[in-house]
Design a protein around this ligand. Sequence first.
Ligand code: SAM
Length: 281
Amino acid sequence: MQRQKSFEGTSAVLYLVATPIGNLEELTPRAIEILKSVDVIAAEDTRNTVRLLSHFDIKTKLIAHHEFNEQQSSHGIVELLEQGKSVALVSDAGYPCISDPGAYLVKSVSDAGYPVVPISGANACLAALVASGITPQPYMFYGFLDAKESKRKEQLTTLEPIPYTIVFYEAPHRIAKTLTSMLEVLGDRNICLARELTKLHEEFIRGKISEVLEIVDTPKGEMVVVVEGKSEKPQVVTMSMISAKVDEYISNGMSASAAIKCAAKDLNISKNEVYRIYHQA
Ligand code: SAM
């Protein structure tokens, strides 16, 4: 066991400083003060962080801390703390460690007995979640799904039974493929696609996965997908609901057998049952 009283000791500290995800005004006064007062700032990409620091006239020394040097760099940062030098870790945007480097460093520093102190600020997951219109808790943050379709579908299959809202990060050039996999594996759930948060072209697209898919051919910018969890309520499925569902898929261009498969998944009943009822109706 280990117990950290963040503000009682006199040792050097590792600060995890959240930085803006777009709008620079979201760097808090506390974050600016910490970034000015530490001995060193460890940054995911020093070129990006230089721009942020110069905007706020922060002149602290920068070192690189990214996924390809994190073990060696963590070792060096623990040595700095041993010398009594405090360090702030920043990523390109939002919180370090959240789909960004930092977790290995946090473990190394806390194992070495130094305090690790978070400095709050912007985070794309939470900004999207609270404005999504989808139940904000319980929720699960997943981050990025795999780029490979087979692996992505495997990951989604594991997530399919979870009755919690799930938040994903995605790149614009992969969003259509990812939503297609979600539609196939999770069924046509309600989602919110949140783009360009805190920026001029911020946008929230709320609707069924199939509806959002129709308009995301060439979406631009950074994006978060908030997906409703699997419904926990036992659903009463009527014959007319089954026929309507299958007809809807057929009218969208699917073959009868593919439509039956999708309807069965959406309504959470067996394919054979849908087949039997559809052809009886
Ligand atoms: N550490 C960051 C955080 O705390 O949110 C996340 C970094 S992750 C490498 C980058 C991903 O976060 C993007 O691909 C996108 O999915 C999401 N993201 C970051 N900034 C965003 C923004 N302004 N609007 C929407 N999504 C954003």
